[in-house]
Every structure is written in structure tokens, then in C-alpha cells.
Design a protein around this ligand. Structure first.
Ligand SMILES: [Zn+2]
Length: 179
């Protein structure tokens, strides 16, 4: 297999034909490249007879990790992938909320843009902001109606509806468009 353009570029510009293992990282190197160089010695443990498995390296670098009890809540197929990803960021407190950006000096104020009252943290945004609480109230109102309707269907029509969530999602979308 031939080297990619990137590999040839690295050899041409940085290692200049020398051995990759002996390569000393110059201070001017990019952050990403420095990271790659930093783990090059660790990669040896996954090389067997000159080849390696990306999967094995990935799991090796990631570590065993502990199972989390919210995994099925986040990674289920009832929502679109981008919504799952945002939920995963929120659960891990990794969303770049304004309090974090403000602490880094990237913005001049950390006030929540939805309510304009206090600092926007993940906790505020999803559990305390007036806007979010109104959204939750609307969802709970619709959900209560849908669950009660499903309950009545199961009593009077002898069937348990299976599409309660989809009906609720459609109603919420229609409601949002009407605003
Ligand atoms: Zn707010």
C-alpha cells in the first residue's frame, strides 16, 4: 500500500527521511500533530508483525471505561442523530455554554440569551431557565393528554397504542410551526 499525501508530506517536511521514532517534536508543530507524536511510543504495543488494528488501538487508547446508566437514554433510535449527540454533550457537561466561553475570555457576557436574567450554564439552560421550563410545561401538557388518551384507547378499544411518542412529536412540531 502506498503512503497517503499527508504521510509523504510529513516525511518530506518533518522527518526528512529519518526514522519516525527518533523524530524530535519542534515547538512550532500544530497541536494535533504534537498529540500524534506524543502517543507514538504507546502505539508499539498494538503493532503485531508490522501491522495493527485501528479498532484495537482505539479501544486501547480509550481504556476500558465504566458503563454509564444513561447510555440507553441517550443512544436510542427514537430521536435524530444530531439530537442524540447534543444530549450526549449535555449529559457530559460538554456543551459550550456561555459561562464556559466567558471563563475562557471568548465572549464579553455570560448572561443567558433566552431569559436574559442570569449566567447561562448547562444546568441553568436545561433545568432552571424560564424558557426551558415553559418548553417542559408544554411537553408535559401534551404528554399527559397523549398518555391519558392511550390509556382510554386501551380500555375502550382493547388495544394499547404504540405510537404515542411519534404522535406527541408531530403535535409539538405543529405547535412550534404555529408560533
Ligand atoms: Zn435563561
Amino acid at each position: 500500500m502506498s503512503d497517503s499525501v499527508w504521510v509523504r508530506w510529513v516525511h518530506g517536511i518533518y522527518t526528512k527521511g529519518g526514522n519516525w521514532r527518533d523524530f524530535n517534536v519542534p515547538i512550532t508543530l500544530s497541536w494535533a500533530f504534537k498529540k500524534i507524536c506524543k502517543i507514538k511510543d504507546r502505539l508499539d504495543q498494538w503493532v503485531h508483525n508490522g501491522s495493527y488494528s485501528i479498532q484495537e488501538v482505539y479501544h486501547g487508547l480509550l481504556g476500558a471505561g465504566q458503563p454509564v446508566n444513561w447510555a440507553s437514554f441517550v443512544w436510542n433510535r427514537s430521536s435524530i442523530p444530531k439530537a442524540r449527540f447534543i444530549l450526549w454533550l449535555a449529559v457530559n457537561d460538554r456543551l459550550k455554554s456561555r459561562d464556559k466561553l466567558f471563563a475562557l475570555g471568548l465572549i464579553s457576557t455570560d448572561v443567558c440569551p433566552l431569559c436574559g436574567l442570569i449566567s447561562e450554564s448547562n444546568t441553568h439552560l436545561f433545568f432552571a431557565c424560564i424558557y426551558s421550563l415553559q418548553c417542559l410545561r408544554d411537553i408535559l401538557t401534551c404528554l399527559t393528554y397523549e398518555v391519558w388518551s392511550a390509556r382510554n384507547d386501551s380500555i375502550w378499544n382493547f388495544k394499547v397504542p404504540k405510537k404515542t411518542f411519534e404522535k406527541l412529536a408531530m403535535k409539538l412540531q405543529a405547535r412550534a410551526k404555529g408560533r
